[in-house]
Ligand binder design. Structure first.
Ligand SMILES: NC(=O)c1ccc[n+]([C@@H]2O[C@H](COP(=O)([O-])OP(=O)(O)OC[C@H]3O[C@@H](n4cnc5c(N)ncnc54)[C@H](OP(=O)(O)O)[C@@H]3O)[C@@H](O)[C@H]2O)c1
Length: 237
């Protein structure tokens, strides 16, 4: 029986979500990719030989409809990858940031993952080895010496704070799942070339960035939960 993996935020062939889907498919997963624009997701799904669904993680209605759809179609979910994330406010000044932008950023980057976990919990607990991967960033940590909150060379205040909060959500959910089979971890893919031209700034190939996400999605039963990882190695918060 194939394991079923659901990935949010897959709207670009260069993106981490697409590459993660590709790698999980190779491992034999039944992969469902999702995007706000269903036609976009369908085209990408066709090129991978996986299936596509519509999903806006900032919408309770959209999240609920997908959960109902997968409940009917499969009755369970093995892997949830909360990859959707945006609002990279390069160079922004937190003193003057538009609060509407801040609210939208939290609604997607933090609450999107939170909604998904709440909605898909009933399907995840039906799996033998349920795994949740929240795709975070060194920009949301204190420990990353380059991109970290206190050390970064680029300013991404709103993005960084949403990822900091996502890290907190992961820890709290892991505590909640302590007596259950579900493992939930935070993965930083590292600076990854998901946009043209970023290689020249040191971004690594997307195949490398996605490996750590796949690692956390396929953890064995004695694997970690509630941790923060890059390339399968523990990162400092
Ligand atoms: N690339 C890096 O160096 C890097 C480093 C650290 C962490 N990350 C994280 O990795 C993840 C993937 O990023 P990426 O670099 O692969 O870029 P990306 O392709 O732009 O991925 C972001 C995805 O999130 C989707 N999205 C935004 N708002 C959404 C919503 N409300 N509902 C559903 N989907 C939504 C976007 O879809 P639309 O096309 O509809 O906007 C897009 O598909 C993100 O969480 C990012 O923060 C990336």
């Amino acid at each position: 029986m194939h394991k079923i993996a659901l990935i949010t935020g897959v709207s670009r062939e260069m993106g981490l979500g697409y590459e993660t889907a590709k790698q999980l498919k190779v491992l034999g997963f039944e992969v469902i990719i999702t995007a706000r624009d269903l036609e976009v997701a369908r085209k990408l799904a066709d090129s991978l030989g996986v299936s596509a669904r519509q999903l806006d993680v900032s919408s309770d209605q959209s999240v609920g409809a997908l959960a109902n759809g997968l409940q009917t179609a499969f009755g369970r979910l093995d892997v949830l990858i909360n990859n959707a994330g945006s609002y990279f406010d390069q160079g922004a000044n937190p003193l003057t940031t538009d609060m509407a932008f801040v609210i939208e950023a939290f609604d997607t980057n933090l609450l999107g993952a939170w909604r998904m976990i709440q909605a898909f919990y009933p399907l995840l607990i039906k799996s033998d080895q349920p795994r949740i991967v929240n795709v975070s960033s060194g920009a949301g940590s204190f420990g990353d010496p380059v991109f970290g909150l206190a050390h970064h060379f680029s300013k991404v205040p709103v993005y960084g704070i949403t990822k900091l909060a996502l890290n907190g959500l992961t820890v709290k959910m892991a505590t909640q799942f302590k007596e259950e089979k579900i493992k939930i971890n935070e993965v930083d893919p590292g600076f990854t070339a998901t946009y043209p031209g970023t290689e020249q700034w040191g971004a690594r190939p997307v195949s490398e960035g996605a490996k750590g996400i796949v690692w956390a999605a396929t953890l064995p039963q004695d694997g970690p939960s509630g941790g923060f990882f890059r390339d399968g190695k523990s990162l400092s918060w």
